[in-house]
Design a protein around this ligand. Structure first.
Ligand code: GLU
Length: 372
């Protein structure tokens, strides 16, 4: 049987994410030597026949030193300004570094809207595909200069998982200042590196050291685990490794990379629609289901009918995404609702045949549902 590491080595299309602290320092800004080291590894992977999409953090961090900001700002406007200065420097640094290999790069700045609106999602997909087709390396980041706290993906780990799905990647490599997942706080003696995560349930046993965000980027180990779980659950194997081990992490040798934590792709590749529903959609409201409706939707994969709903909240319209919530307040599914919020109070709790003929339809159709 082919191992996760072999699959990573054989991946034809790889999304690589690198974190801010692996490219910058607080006092000096961007560190060209470390950036070159990463680009060397990416160029080697390309030379071995793979397509590469880079998701790079570091815009905000790269803007700090030139703007004489002593630390990552808390307020949004200064973050946006730092990102504006830093993204330009970052893109320029990649352009310069890839040029050593005669390689062209293309900058792709995405907003959360590009992920949460299905029409935009397709647009981003086409752009990335075209760049790859033209043999340019897409360098992706969130568009931090216009992102606000309400509308932003927030961390590039999850952004990278979304991008990996959008481009149909065969592998996702998350590079940062941690060299993998540990079974305890890695700063304490005795903590062991977990080399393979075979199934999502393996993660439950991990006493994750939630060290929180560093001083430069926004992700901690938690967002890496979330991103790895998102990608692996939809069929994409993931490697979590240290940025300084980039060459080893991207190695195409037959046995596969010999560093980091490898996450087996546990689920099947899911359709863009289901992935979007599960991970990216902007949830506009909730429907409270009785136990019978939960059983119908979850166990029998049926559509949700008005009769099984006893409460609604949120200001949504037909076509929006809502959470389906079971008796103990647990979100059991997510789906595209067929009615406006204003229409539902008169319908819920009633059997379909008691409804006016024009309203005798599913509230959420089974095809528009994903279980959570
Ligand atoms: N997009 C942010 C930046 O470039 C980084 C987000 C993250 O650290 O995950 O500064």
């Amino acid at each position: 049987m082919i191992t996760t590491r072999q699959r990573l080595a054989a991946a034809r299309r790889v999304v690589v994410k690198v974190g801010s602290s692996s490219l910058t320092s607080l006092s000096g800004g961007l560190d060209p030597a470390r950036l070159d080291g990463l680009v060397d590894a990416l160029a080697a992977r390309r030379a071995a026949g793979s397509q590469v999409v880079l998701v790079s953090s570091g815009a905000i961090a790269a803007g700090l030193a030139p703007l004489r900001l002593p630390r990552r700002p808390r307020d949004l406007a200064t973050q946006q300004a730092a990102a504006s200065v830093g993204q330009l420097l970052l893109a320029h640094a990649y352009e310069t570094s890839f040029k050593r290999y005669g390689q062209l790069v293309g900058q792709v700045l995405l907003t959360a809207d590009d992920m949460i609106r299905r029409s935009h999602y397709r647009n981003a997909q086409r752009t990335l595909e075209r760049l790859l087709g033209l043999d340019a390396v897409p360098v992706v980041n969130e568009n931090d200069t216009v992102a606000t706290d309400e509308i932003r993906v927030g961390d590039n780990d999850r952004l990278a998982a979304l991008v990996a799905h959008i481009v149909g990647a065969d592998g996702l490599v998350l590079l940062s200042d941690v060299d993998g997942l540990y079974d305890g706080d890695p700063r304490r003696p005795g903590a062991r590196l977990i080399t393979e995560v075979e199934a999502p349930s393996d993660l439950e046993a991990v006493a994750v050291a939630r060290s929180g965000a560093g001083s430069l980027g926004t992700g901690g180990i938690a967002t890496k685990i979330t991103a790895a779980a998102m990608a692996s659950a939809s069929g994409i194997p993931v490697l979590l490794a240290a940025a300084e081990d980039a060459a080893a992490a991207l190695d195409t040798g037959a046995a596969g990379p010999k560093c980091g934590t490898a996450f087996r792709a546990s689920g099947r590749r899911m359709s863009a629609r289901r992935f979007w529903l599960r991970h990216a959609a902007d949830v506009r409201g909730r429907l409270d289901l009785d136990a019978g409706a939960v059983a119908a939707v979850v166990d029998r994969r049926r559509s949700l009918l008005a009769a099984g709903i006893h409460g609604i909240s949120g200001d949504f319209v037909a076509g929006d995404v809502v959470d389906l919530v079971g008796p103990y307040g647990v979100v059991v599914a997510r789906g595209v609702v067929g009615f406006d919020a204003a229409e539902l109070p008169g319908l819920i709790g009633r059997r379909t045949r008691e409804l006016p003929p024009e309203q005798r339809r599913e509230v959420v159709h089974a095809d528009d549902l994903v279980l959570v």
